[in-house]
Design a protein around this ligand. Structure first.
Ligand code: ADP
Ligand code: MG
Ligand code: MG
Length: 869
């Protein structure tokens, strides 16, 4: 088996075997660019090394030395020879780029003897000893695992002794002394001397690079970026070129376009008389790349030509590492560059216009997750640096907002009416806070997780929100907010960064993103490509409008209980639930009807001819029960019932497991009048829109928490009878349909039966995940994080659909449903539906649509297009 490839044997298609760096070095060699020659030891050799308990097999070693002698022939130098020494770099390189995560050793092939030869050969002793010093430091650090800081301390000491400002002032003698110091350090740390045998150095270095695949930062980087640990790294052994040969040499890093805003201009840095890591190490301040024009006009021209060529060849923006040795340019690396969302959008559109890529490719160039950054205002970077950090919580809903601290929903509402910008700060939020949440710019809570009430509501409204800010306490009475050891009052301003979860003191300037222009162009292309429809979850007219602006093609879920959360209606719903007086109940319903109708009309108007799915009431009682004794006393007065009576009723209604309790359609079974009232409001609103605006609305009514066909049939009957009587009364008919949520596992299991009654399915993946895993969606985040940390769970199933379990249920239910009703319409509406992997899953399953929070709609549109490519 072949484990080692020369650069002229590989190509960019061989990433998996050669790693990204090796594959691209080979590709550049093949197209005739000036790349120092070398060879690549494959990722398979790395995996074999791990399988064989960190030993390199004999045949691999043999192949390495075969390629080494080929390299000697090509370079006309000899490895380990004093007269014409061949020096090499030993460089890591995995399949997915992990910049700076693994290790690289330069100038390998030197020892006490050879360095003298190099000094004579190059007539540059300073250069020779500087290279040797660098080699010892890197070998000591990476192979012998002596902390880098110990070498740096010796270097620092030397510079101080001599009062030098930078490394360049070190003389040859200084460097020779340093080499002695380094060797003493190695002797002390290892109890043995630095090896003088270059072949042994080479094999040790290769194994150290293999080992670096599992160093701490590489492991963490892979975890954060979902890169599999079984891929392994390749090792590139490459003949050295020297940027540290004096005035006509140097080294640099460049991007073919601006990686921050995407402008088509070369971007990068350059250091004269330097090697490798010097540019990024910060020890010396590099020059901007165009500064090269002055010192190396010819080389710079050549560099510009090649960077353009590389971009055209790889058809993407490149990140290039290069070195100039005595006025000659060498390329050491080229890879597709990392970039901001803003840059990604601009570059994709520009490249399509330059005819470098087509529209389909352009659409694949954006990361769906990343573009959500474009949809919210962001803090201005410079101003953010200046701001004082107070603390950090969970980034529950993105955005960047500044406002005055408010301690109650009432204050927030009042302040907002006066045109003030406020941040609502609470220990946690409750349904009564909704109006305050709407009024506030942002919400900050001490308690709660990513699916807490505040988080869910804030996301659906697109409000910036940080929850679970651990070191924070809110004192409602005294109106103080304590974070760490800072105490703030409602006279103070704070700023929230909903992307990072960071809380800042005072105000920070923001910049508004540009949604039209290039972004609009890419989204148009995405819409032409995708087949999966994208709807939004929206509970009122305002959210529906936002959804349309973000490109939603309908509403996949309108949650009617949200309409009851508004202050004056909470009382009505409480009256309905807490008094057993039939008249009172009827009275409440009569009063609630016009509210609902008005909200529905606003939604229909915003959506025009787009489909709207409205869910009948799915509240859990406990959300509406008063919590403090004070509140109960006040409520008893408001409802005109005795305190005893009220307390008894509350006790009756309290549940130990509200999430598995009196919710959804179970409520409608007990209170059919509620379902009837809501249906009436849905239909009357549609009829009025027809009369007033000539809009043809075909409401899709959906019944939540269904587990059984008989249960669904019971409620559907009420719905249909109500609709019939509306039609008769109004002397008009409309198209409509009645469907079911699939969110209780049993419903998925009997989907074929349900489809006999239900005209469409909507998979409620929040509850379906909660009930399939038996894992609370409200407060299990710390546990999920722990599971992820221990690699028991790959991802949070409330963020990305669990394909194996929950996904299987969805697939089964979809197939069973279609077997009874071939044209059954199906979509999903959980919080996962804005997640790109979930979108791809739904596309592959052949669902009709996903429905997500309005601001996630563009993410889903893009992800759906990518899934179709
Ligand atoms: P990383 O993956 O951390 O960027 P690299 O393997 O790319 O590590 O090496 C870092 C730097 O070392 C390169 O950018 C280059 O400046 C220098 N380098 C690597 N190999 C050589 C070589 N053969 N000749 C000269 N410099 C080299
Ligand atoms: Mg590199
Ligand atoms: Mg649900």
């Amino acid at each position: 088996e072949k484990f080692v490839y020369s650069f002229n044997e590989g190509s960019k298609e061989m990433r998996e075997l050669l790693g990204g760096k090796g594959a691209n070095l080979a590709e550049m060699t093949q197209i005739g660019l000036p790349v120092p020659f070398g060879f690549t030891v494959t990722t398979e050799a790395c995996n074999q090394y791990y399988q064989e308990e960190c030993q390199i097999a004999e045949d691999v070693i043999e192949q390495i030395f075969e390629k080494l002698s080929e390299l000697e022939n090509v370079t006309d130098k000899v490895f380990g020879d004093k007269e014409r020494p061949l020096l090499v770099s030993v460089r890591s390189g995995s399949v997915f780029s992990m910049p700076g995560m693994m290790d690289t050793i330069l100038n390998l092939g030197l020892n006490d003897d050879i360095v003298e030869g190099l000094a004579v050969l190059t007539e540059n002793p300073r250069f020779a000893y500087d290279s040797y010093r660098r080699f010892i430091q890197m070998f000591g650090n990476i192979v012998l695992e002596i902390p880098k800081t110990k070498f740096e301390a010796l270097l620092e000491k030397k510079k101080q002794e001599k009062s030098y400002g930078d490394d360049l002032s070190l003389t040859t003698e200084d460097i020779q002394e340093l080499i002695k110091d380094y060797k003493v350090l190695i002797q002390q740390e290892m109890g043995r001397e630095l090896t003088q045998d270059p072949k042994e150095q080479l094999m040790e270095a290769i194994m150290a690079v293999f080992r670096s695949w599992n160093n701490e930062r590489a492991v963490l980087y892979r975890q954060l970026n979902n890169i599999s640990s079984s891929l392994g790294t390749a090792v590139n052994v490459q003949s050295m070129v020297f940027g540290n040969m004096g005035e006509h040499s140097g080294t640099g890093v460049a991007f073919t376009r601006n990686p921050i805003d995407g402008t088509s201009e070369i971007f990068g840095e350059f250091l004269m008389n330097a090697q490798g890591e010097d540019v990024v190490s910060g020890l010396r301040t590099p020059l901007p790349i165009d500064g090269m024009a002055e010192f190396f006009p010819e080389v710079y021209k050549e560099f510009l030509r090649i960077s353009k060529l590389l971009e055209e060849h790889f058809t993407d923006m490149q990140n290039i590492e290069f070195t100039v040795e005595k006025n000659k340019l060498f390329l050491l690396q080229s890879r597709n560059a990392k970039r901001t969302a803003e840059a990604a959008v601009r570059i994709a559109v520009d490249m399509e216009q330059e005819e470098l890529i087509d529209k389909r490719t352009a659409v694949t160039r954006l990361e769906p997750e990343q573009i959500s950054q474009l949809l919210h205002p962001r803090f201005e970077k410079a101003d953010l640096k200046r701001a004082e950090k107070l603390g950090i919580g969970l980034p529950a809903s993105p955005g960047a907002v500044t406002g005055r601290i408010c301690f109650s929903a009432k204050e927030a509402e009042a302040a907002a009416l006066n045109g003030e910008k406020v941040i609502l700060t609470r220990m946690e939020t409750s349904p009564e806070d909704l109006a305050g949440m709407v009024a506030a710019e942002g919400i900050l809570t001490a308690r709660g997780g990513m699916t807490s009430h505040a988080a869910v509501v804030a996301r659906s409204m697109g409000r910036c929100c940080i929850v679970g800010c651990g070191d924070m306490t809110v004192n409602q009475q005294q109106k103080t907010l304590t974070i760490g050891n800072v105490v703030l009052t409602d006279a103070d301003f704070i700023s929230l960064d909903g992307i990072s979860g960071m809380v800042y003191k005072g105000d920070v300037k923001t910049v508004t993103p540009e949604l039209s222009g290039n972004f609009g162009t890419i989204m148009k292309w995405a819409d032409e490509i995708r087949t999966l429809k994208v709807r939004a979850n929206a509970d009122n007219g305002q959210e529906a409008k936002a959804a349309v602006q973000f490109g939603a093609e309908g509403i996949g879920l309108c949650r009617t209980e949200q309409m009851f959360r508004k202050e004056n209606r909470i009382l009505l719903i409480r009256q309905l639930l807490l008094t057993e007086n039939e008249d009172k109940i009827r009275e409440s319903l009569l009063q609630l009807l016009p509210f609902q109708k008005k909200e529905f009309k606003a939604i229909y108007e915003a959506m025009q001819d787009r489909p709207v799915t409205i869910r009948l009431l799915d509240l859990s009682f406990h959300e509406f029960l008063p919590s403090s004794q004070e509140e109960i006393i006040r409520l008893a007065e408001q409802l005109h019932v005795s305190l005893d009576q009220l307390n008894r009723r509350i006790d009756e209604l309290r549940e130990l497991n509200p999430m598995l309790g009196y919710r959804g359609c179970r409520l409608a079974v007990t209170y059919p009048d509620i379902a009837a009232m809501q249906t009436e409001a849905i239909i009357l609103a549609a009829i009025e829109m027809k009369r007033e605006k000539n809009l043809d609305i075909a409401p899709e009514i959906i019944i939540p928490m269904v587990a059984m066909r008989s249960e669904f049939a019971f409620i559907k009957k009420i719905v249909v009878e109500t609709i019939d009587s509306c039609f008769k009364k109004e002397n008009m008919t409309l198209n409509y349909s009645v469907g079911t949520m699939i969110e209780v596992p049993r419903a998925a299991l009997v989907a074929d039966e349900l489809a006999r009654e239900a005209e469409f399915f909507s998979f409620g993946t929040n509850d379906l995940t909660q009930m399939t895993f038996g894992l609370s969606r409200e407060d299990s985040l710390p546990m999920i994080r722990e599971y992820q940390g221990k690699r028991i769970l790959d991802s949070n199933p409330f963020e990305t659909i669990d394909k194996k379990g929950v996904g299987k249920l969805i697939q089964m239910a979809a197939e069973a449903g279609k077997s009874t009703r071939p044209n059954l319409k199906m979509g999903i509406c959980g919080d996962q539906s804005g997640d790109p992997q979930t979108v791809a899953f739904c596309h592959n399953l052949g669902l009709n649509y996903v429905s997500c929070a309005p601001y996630k709609v563009p993410v889903a549109r893009l992800a759906a297009a990518q899934a179709a490519i």
